[in-house]
Design a protein. Structure first.
Length: 50
């Protein structure tokens, strides 16, 4: 791999986040998790399953 190709690959990796263990996005995961809980609770309430 050439130097410019390695630089482009490194830049692409920095731009694309995968949510892996090395990324510091714990607060985002918590917020999205709670939003999911609320949406599921609203759906269950509307359908009347429980």
């Amino acid at each position: 791999m050439t130097t410019s190709s390695a630089t482009l690959t490194a830049r692409a990796r920095n731009l694309v986040g995968t949510g892996g263990p090395k990324e510091d996005s714990a607060w985002l995961e918590h917020v999205l998790g709670w939003i999911l809980v609320v949406v599921v609770a609203m759906f269950v309430t509307q359908v009347g399953w429980l």
